[in-house]
Design a protein around this ligand. Structure first.
Ligand code: ARG
Length: 495
């Protein structure tokens, strides 16, 4: 049973913010010193104690149980160095700007991780596509055999979806990496703080200016979880295909042993549980998005405690998305393809019907609608269309159908056995489709090249962001060291 006090605690989700909170404390205190708001020796004492808290209390359960991580850290600080010094850290700020800053810092790190994982996934999917330019498979619409294609074409479609996910998350990062620090409760502060300085020390790209907006908004969270929801949707579609492909009905793939489980009763089973969980957890992420939207809806400005309730959903959505991307990446990497089965199935279901209708148009000059009627009638009658071989027999069958549909024989209007055989040949069906974006080999090779170039570019732009953050935080640590050193000098002089 929860106590009254337990009801408002956020310490559990706040563990995620612990490291970020110490960074915020350090940057704020460094700035307070530079602005002459706190004295040198007090700054040194606070910074040294923060270092101690960082190393000693990082094991989360050691933090005393206060309302949240911010009060817990400040309380430890005051307990260690006294209120007269420790009590100065919170000058010119509030937990409202503090928590908003912490969430953005912690989320920034997570986003860089998600972006990296998405690029790794893209890399594997593109690699597998490159290995399977010649792997023929049936393409589907309505989950019915539609037209032949290649595994490369199919996988490149997924790769492009993941590339857009990358772009969306990168764009959201721009709205995440801005600093609300210094907004204080909402009305900023009368102390001469320097918001640009703390933003720079923390590696933010800019300051979230309006101090009321800075503490009130969680739209960056809604945006990020929306990106996750989209990414999870794309993952779930690939997961679902892998699940279907691994059934006896499809039999296109064998799910890697590490990502399948047996049954407690049926000894023969190899169930694709991991892919199923990705499919299910897509729902979990949608749930997080709906929760955050509902919590933020109609909230009056500025800060309300409702906002605390957003953080755990962001955390759940983030962890779920990041781990799902990695799981799908590994499954794709190790997935065993049953290529013969794919080619065999591509012959079933008259997947060359479209090309046959197109050939009739090209060779006879009849309209596409007329050709469609003839081939459709052919398919309905269940005439045994041969993939290749005895073209004369097939031509006779088509002529019979054409007579019943349009009263004319197609062989009298230019359709030859040779053209017919070509139309019914799966490989030449695919090869013909070299229109921009099609599954023809030339197009596939070109798409593979551009996708690899795009991926390299995206890897670099992500790395640049990570590098900028790393350099800024390194600079912050140097500042902290410089300003913390004073106390040792003072101590030495005294002794
Ligand atoms: N734990 C709070 C949160 O996550 C911190 C801010 C509390 N501010 C306040 N005015 N009560 O939102």
């Amino acid at each position: 049973m929860q106590t009254r006090k337990d009801y408002i605690l956020s310490l559990e989700a706040d563990k995620w913010l612990f490291h970020a909170d110490l960074l915020v404390d350090k940057a704020h205190v460094v700035m307070l010193k530079e602005q002459g708001i706190i004295k040198k020796k007090d700054v040194a004492a606070i910074l040294n104690c923060l270092k101690k808290i960082d190393s000693e209390y990082f094991v989360e359960h050691k933090l005393p149980s206060y309302e949240d991580v911010h009060t817990a850290i400040e309380s430890v600080l005051i307990r260690e160095i006294g209120e007269d010094i420790g009590g100065r850290m919170h000058t010119g700020r509030s937990r409202n700007d503090e928590v908003a800053t912490c969430i953005r810092l912690a989320l920034r790190t997570e986003l860089l991780g998600v972006l990296k994982a998405v690029n790794e996934l893209r890399n594997v999917v593109i690699e597998k596509a490159a290995e399977n330019v010649d792997t023929v498979m049936p393409g589907y619409t309505h989950l019915q055999h539609a037209q032949p294609t290649t595994f490369a074409h199919h996988y490149l479609a997924h790769a492009d979806a993941f590339a857009r996910d990358f772009t969306r998350v990168m764009s959201a990062y721009e709205r995440v990496n801005v600093s609300p620090l210094g907004a204080a409760a909402f009305a900023s502060t009368g102390f001469p703080i320097d918001r640009d300085r703390t933003a720079k020390l923390l590696g933010f790209d800019s300051v979230l200016e309006n101090s009321m907006d800075a503490v009130s908004t969680r739209d960056f969270i809604i945006e990020v979880i929306s990106c996750y929801a989209n990414l999870m949707t794309n993952l779930s579609r690939l997961a679902e295909e892998i699940i279907l492909w691994s059934t006896s009905e499809f039999d296109f793939v064998r799910v890697p042993a590490g990502y399948a489980t047996g049954s407690s009763i049926m000894p023969q089973k190899r169930n694709p549980d991991y892919a199923e969980l990705v499919r299910a957890r897509t729902g979990t992420v949608y749930g997080s998005l709906m929760s955050v939207l509902s919590i933020c809806k109609a909230l009056p400005y500025s800060y309300n405690r409702d906002l605390q309730e957003v953080t755990p959903h962001l955390l759940t959505a983030t962890k779920t998305t990041a781990s799902s991307v990695s799981v799908i990446k590994s499954i794709v990497e190790e997935l065993e393809l049953k290529k013969e089965e794919m080619v065999r199935k591509a012959q079933i279901g008259f997947t060359t019907a479209t090309e046959l209708a197109d050939t009739i148009v090209r060779e006879t000059g009849f309209s596409f609608r007329t050709a469609h009627k003839i081939v459709s009638s052919l398919a309905k009658q269940g005439v045994a269309i041969k993939e290749s071989g005895d073209g004369s027999e097939v031509l006779r069958e088509i002529d019979d159908v054409a007579i019943s549909v349009i009263g004319k024989k197609l062989s009298k209007h230019g359709l030859t056995e040779k053209k017919l055989n070509k139309a019914l040949d799966i490989a030449s069906n695919i090869e013909k489709r070299n229109v921009k974006g099609g599954p023809g080999k030339r197009e596939l090779r070109r798409m593979l090249r551009t996708r690899k170039t795009d991926l390299d570019r995206d890897i670099k732009s992500r790395d640049t962001k990570e590098e900028k953050v790393r350099r800024c935080l390194e600079e912050l640590e140097k500042e902290v060291k410089r300003k913390a050193r004073v106390i040792r000098v003072i101590k030495k002089i005294r002794s």
